[in-house]
Design a protein around this ligand. Sequence first.
Ligand SMILES: [Zn+2]
Length: 466
Amino acid sequence: MEQLTSILIKGGTIVTMDPRRRVISDGAIFVNDGVIEQIGKSTEVKTQSRAEFEIDARGKVVLPGLIDIHVHLAQALIRGCADDTSLIDWLQKFVWPLQGNFDAQDGKASAELCMLEMIESGTTTFLESLLHSRYGFDGIAESVERSGMRGILSKTVMGLPGYGSEKSIMHSGMIEKAETCLREVEMYFKRWNGKADDRIRVWYGARSLGGCTPELYAQIARDAKRLRTGVTMHLSEVQEDVRYANKEFGKMPAEFMDQVGLVGPNVVFAHGVWLTEKDWQIIARKGASVAHCPSSNMKLSSGMAKVPEMMNAGVNVGVGCDGGPSNNCYDMIREMKTASLLHKVRTMDPLTMSAETLLEMATVNGARALGLQSQIGSIEVRKRGDLIIVSMRKPHLTPAFNPISHIVYAAEGSDVETTIIDGEIVMENRVVKTLNEPEIIRNANDRAVKLLERAGIEIVPKWRPE
Ligand SMILES: [Zn+2]
């Protein structure tokens, strides 16, 4: 990556997402050595020395980089391989056998494909939820380092090959031993946490209910506390989670997680579709966060998370794109719109989940969920230089009275023109500078074909091409 020390962005509309939610027209931002040093009107920002790189942002909107708090890097390679099927079939017939046949080269190919898509659609930080050993943790971490992205990599921890009450249903290639998992998290934590100028963090990725014993969850909580790191886990994604927690432990899912010590400010629960008021109160009181993944929940018919209600109860909620077979894309701009529309129709209240709320969820709430609120999530002096620039001179973004409305309701990921992470220009005028796009696409196509062969899965379109 080209190492620039200073960037001046001038003339754009800056959506700061600072505590006052200032929007600055004809604004300027000066980023030096990875840090935002100045922000204000173009006429006010005076740099002592000439910036190494200047961006003319007239007719463009500058926003904080988007933060995706629920991603499966290893599912980009199996995009579109499990459509229109029930969750258990989705897992058992497609996703697990495919991922259970991954090798480290597939893991790397998938992660690079996924990051390419995220950078191109304005995501600058992500939380990867479950990395199995077989995906090759080191290779993926090296790719994150090279990509320029800010990424939290959670290594899977599991002890039982089940999902809810369904025992031993996991593909043999997906099963890992609890002791090995715990040892590996610690090993990768020592090796990678804080690396790449602190762009990489390592967390615990606890398997969902039915995948760990209560003792293992408690162990994860203790270990994460000792390492001062985070934990993420799928919780109440499907109704089965609630049934299982009630039957096995006589408790609601969040109540059970709290009992084993796994609800705290360092915890992100993915989905939370079937969380109840009781769960929200525990999560809010303990300062944990929820990743809302509307596309995935809708496509798999998991249900509709009560997000506005949860947020009213004090829960910090961010947005997640989930994975290639469940979404099937990693575009946070599309996801914001989907989330807003889902809740407007669910509650029959057009005032709920406004464009402003969605942008908060995808920036400041995401940063808080990851414990990175002092560094990212808004454009403020002393925060890291994670910024995206969107061109508004397009038919579908005209007329431009309210940039926030356009970003959430009218734009798509491909409208992002420039992506800057940690003060480095990672994508300029839609060209990703850190990753080799043609090679990554070629490699992903090749590897996906071979992976399907190895797994013995054939994707037969209903309308078969002649
Ligand atoms: Zn997920």
